[in-house]
Design a protein around this ligand. Structure first.
Ligand code: SF4
Length: 241
């Protein structure tokens, strides 16, 4: 496969100059989120694979590091769920060997955290998504691969948090008006945030076109109301309103 996996650095509103790594063919994911900016998932799977040869990724990274272009983060993101790439641990180790001071971030839907072993130990920042406050909302917003449940997702994120105290965790919640933004939902989310105890919560909402056309942006002021509730137990910021 000859397509490039390393792109950027691009300006990220959260991470500054972010060198992206996309390890997946369009559009491979364990979820099919209604808000996904990449569009609908065409390969809904939990099967991990080496979609791109590890050597190719290492060579692309080396070429970038040799160029001397400044950047703030190496970020796993792109056209699907990065942990579906079966050799992600090898990439993390390579980056840390080549540039020990480089910060590495993983944007993840967290559905495979329980089977990652020590592969993610070299991360500096993990940003898992949690978009359902109950199973029904999880199914409506995230449209998961068969077998995935919110209960498992929350358990796995909380376990990861406990087992990796060095890795900073920002928990991202995408608000879909009419689905997961009611007062009941907010109270349930508050409970789940308490269980996970991330360093920070980030509230997100529709910015670009999603995978379906019925999502709207939250009504004026609603995100701020929700932010105030979550901020009682955890620093919370709005990354798009
Ligand atoms: S987890 Fe991410 S890549 Fe996968 S469908 Fe959801 S938003 Fe898109």
């Amino acid at each position: 496969m000859n397509r490039k996996t390393v792109f950027g650095p691009i300006h990220s509103r959260r991470l500054g100059r972010s060198l992206g790594i996309n390890l997946l063919p369009f559009k491979t994911c364990s979820l099919d989120c209604v808000y996904c900016e990449c569009g609908a998932t065409t390969d809904l799977t939990l099967q991990r694979q080496e979609f791109v040869p590890l050597d190719q990724v290492r060579k692309e990274l080396d070429a970038f590091f040799d160029s001397g272009v400044p950047f703030d983060y190496v970020t796993f993101s792109g056209l699907g769920e990065p942990t579906l790439y079966s050799r992600i641990g090898g990439i993390i180790r390579h980056v840390k060997n080549r540039c020990p001071d480089t910060k590495i971030c993983l944007l993840t839907n967290a559905t495979l955290l329980d089977i990652m072993g020590d592969e993610l130990d070299g991360l500096d920042l993990i940003v898992p998504s949690l978009d359902g406050s109950c199973e029904e909302e999880f199914r409506t917003v995230n449209r998961p691969a068969p077998g995935l449940t919110l209960e498992k997702l929350v358990r796995d994120i909380a376990e990861f948090r406990k087992m990796h105290p060095r890795i900073v965790m920002w928990l991202e919640i995408f608000l879909v008006p009419g689905v997961n933004d009611s007062d009941d939902s907010v109270n349930r989310f508050r409970e789940l945030i308490g269980q996970i105890a991330p360093d920070k919560v980030q509230l997100n909402s529709l910015d670009r076109k999603g995978a379906v056309d019925w999502i709207r942006v939250p009504p004026a002021g609603r995100m701020q109301e929700i932010q105030a509730v979550f901020a009682e137990i955890c620093p919370t910021e709005i990354i798009h309103a």
